[in-house]
Design a protein around this ligand. Structure first.
Ligand code: B12
Length: 303
């Protein structure tokens, strides 16, 4: 059962409210509330906000990201990577610190040069993705969440990182080609797509032919793409829990399509990392929590 399902049920019982009362108050069918509590359906963003204000809790609390006893806390107790970087000064952590400082000062050209030089010196590309791009982005999320940086800084950091990621990726020698193809995308209106780009790049490094489609791909177009590119795997990313319904609907469309070659479906992203069994409920063939694990899983699934 998802954290959301557990928290909703707990809040309802704690407040001595019946499913039918919430259904009347919020104008939602009682079966929908019951399905939320069973974890077989997720509300969309607007309904999630309505439920949070109905119970007077934060969305983070409702989704299980804030501690059980702290309905209004947002990540107060989360460790800050910044300090980890300083106490563990290996080359990559120092690079991460410098990368972060450059982008905080608005110096994307310096940040780009720092990493291009590192790759040219022979630093492992996957390590740069994991220890610099991924770690600093998580750190940026923590800083933004605790209001220590502004939204414009988060946006600048993210955009610059995407640009730098594609530039350092372009420096790598062509990998030995495998005869497998993967289509990757972020589900529905999910704007978070750096994670799935990273997954896509790791698959390319492993020799797969990859086709990254971004977000908001209509399901009929995804089926056409799977046919056109002879996809062996479709990788779908979802960060926000309120987009999980759209993953399920995409997967149902793929299952009911007339594709001759049925691709294996792998899901991932924060929403799946928070609830390790969610991938089964959206009828995927597998889930991986990181880009490296996705490579392993994809190769296993197509054997
Ligand atoms: C950058 C960012 C944004 C950017 C995204 C830009 C872009 N082009 O991607 C922007 C500014 C658009 C954004 C918007 C929002 N964001 Co934001 N964002 C982030 C941030 C800082 C970094 C995300 C990231 O790139 N991480 C690095 C990548 C590499 O990690 P990853 O995505 O987890 O991917 C890894 C794995 O999960 C896995 N993986 C990912 N996808 C897939 C797919 C498959 C198939 C597989 C196998 C594996 C896999 O592999 C990857 C590599 O290991 C995070 C902080 C964080 N902790 O992640 C917040 C964060 C995700 N955002 C958050 C929020 C709340 C939002 C907004 C709702 C903010 C708002 N109030 O408007 C909106 C929602 C937008 C939407 N409709 O989707 C919250 C989510 C928390 C929650 N409660 O769910 C976070 C965690 C910030 C926080 N509170 O600390 N965000």
């Amino acid at each position: 059962m998802s954290n959301f399902a557990k928290r909703l049920k707990k809040l309802r019982i704690k407040n001595k409210i019946l499913q039918k009362d919430i259904s009347t108050d919020l104008g939602v069918a009682q079966t929908t509330i019951s399905n939320y509590e069973k974890g077989v359906r997720f509300p969309d963003e607007a309904t999630l906000k309505t439920i949070a204000s109905y119970f007077n809790v934060t969305i983070d609390y409702l989704l299980g990201y804030a501690p059980e006893n702290d309905t209004f806390s947002t990540y107060k107790n989360q460790p800050i990577l910044e300090s980890n970087i300083l106490t563990n000064p290996t080359t990559l952590t120092l690079l991460a610190q410098r990368y972060m400082n450059y982008l905080m000062e608005g110096k994307s050209e310096e940040a780009r040069t720092l990493l291009v030089d590192a790759v040219n010196r022979g630093e492992d590309l996957k390590s740069i993705y994991i220890n610099i791009f991924e770690r600093t982005l998580v750190e940026i999320g923590t800083l933004w969440n605790s209001s220590r940086i502004d939204v414009f800084q988060e946006h600048y950091f993210t955009e610059a990182t995407q640009m730098i990621m594609s530039q350092v990726n372009a420096l790598r020698p062509r990998s030995e080609s495998k005869d497998y193809a993967m289509i990757s995308l972020s589900t529905g209106g999910e704007l978070h797509n750096i994670g799935i780009r990273m997954v896509t790049d790791f698959m390319s490094m492993d020799g797969w032919k990859t086709y990254f489609l971004g977000s908001n791909v209509p399901s009929e177009s995804l089926i056409k793409a799977a046919d056109y590119y002879h996809a062996d795997v479709i990788a779908i990313s979802c960060t926000m829990s309120y987009h999980v319904n759209s993953v399920l609907s995409l997967i149902k469309t793929i299952h009911s399509s007339h594709l001759i070659k049925k691709p294996k479906i792998i899901v991932g992203g924060l929403a799946f990392n928070y609830d390790k069994l969610l991938w089964k409920r959206v009828q995927a063939d597998g889930y991986a929590c990181s880009a490296s694990e996705c490579v392993e899983l994809a190769n296993k699934l197509v054997k």
